[in-house]
Design a protein around this ligand. Structure first.
Ligand SMILES: [Zn+2]
Length: 84
């Protein structure tokens, strides 16, 4: 993982990725707009820069439509966006 110093070298890989915050059982809870960053040295990815308000919440009738439209979705239960 990145040291604190390495964080300074992280770069934005992609602006405006969609993160799905999940319930404990894995069901969708909220969709968030955020930025994907990556360390050029070790490839570790983090998502930060979350919007103040979610794009959608699970109780909204359009939730699943938005989820499909905004794919790919990064699951929000773990700190890293991807392990590879
Ligand atoms: Zn790193």
């Amino acid at each position: 993982m990145c040291s604190v110093a390495a964080v300074d070298f992280m770069r934005v890989v992609k602006n405006s990725v969609t993160v799905e915050e999940l319930f404990e059982d894995g069901d969708g809870y909220k969709l968030w707009d955020a930025d994907l960053w990556q360390c050029p040295d070790c490839g570790a990815q983090v998502i930060t820069g979350f919007a103040r308000e979610p794009l959608a919440e699970h109780w909204q009738p359009t939730y699943h439509v938005q989820r499909d439209r905004l794919a790919p979705i990064y699951p929000g239960r773990c700190r890293a966006a991807k392990s590879n």
